[in-house]
Design a protein around this ligand. Sequence first.
Ligand code: CDP
Length: 219
Amino acid sequence: MQIAIDGPAGSGKSTIAKIVAQKMGFTYIDTGAMYRGVTLYFLEHHVEPGDLPEIKARLGRIRLDFKEGRMHLGERDISKDIRSPEINRRVSDYARIPEIRLALQKQQREIARKKSVVMDGRDIGTYVLPQAEVKVFLSASDEERARRRQRDLLERGYEASFEEILDNLKQRDAIDSSRAHSPLKKAPEAHGIDTTRMSIAEVVAEIISIIGGVEPCSD
Ligand code: CDP
């Protein structure tokens, strides 16, 4: 079974998707962490988004791996580094490059072919898994999303002002929604959930009830 959870930055996707996956006994795939990992790699190798030949030459060498819920680049655990303000600022500029998207989307489809998944991102219901049995699109007000993101960042040891975070979320939404290749968009058939005034448990319960109404496929 495939469950696609999409939405803009700070809409609660990863928190919710992780819990839904746990409850269902499915594998959770955080596709944002993959775009963040690729961004970290290119920044550390001083490859700018405009340098397409270098990006293409290096793309096949980047080894991203989820091991026990942690994101690895080769042997290195990059789970904390990919959440830095620097990555937040730069990730959408790399994620809009079609070559990068196609490479990561291929890996995402391969994982979902072998097992039942809850996959979160921007383009899962529309592009990566258009045949997903359940599609959810999460949203929340800009202010609520910025508040949540500030809390997340503090928990991870990063400090940033509310205005800085709000600006970054809006800027990423703008780039993510307007790019030509697989932009951030609600699939027409996705269930929209505005999480602004909902608790995590309420959102999870709503998704579980949507899943409950779906005939499981035979995998
Ligand atoms: O957690 P947050 O919503 O802030 O972001 P994320 O899910 O970690 O994704 C980080 C960035 O990766 C997004 O702003 C997009 O630019 C890109 N992304 C994407 O283009 N497609 C996806 N399926 C997932 C992420």
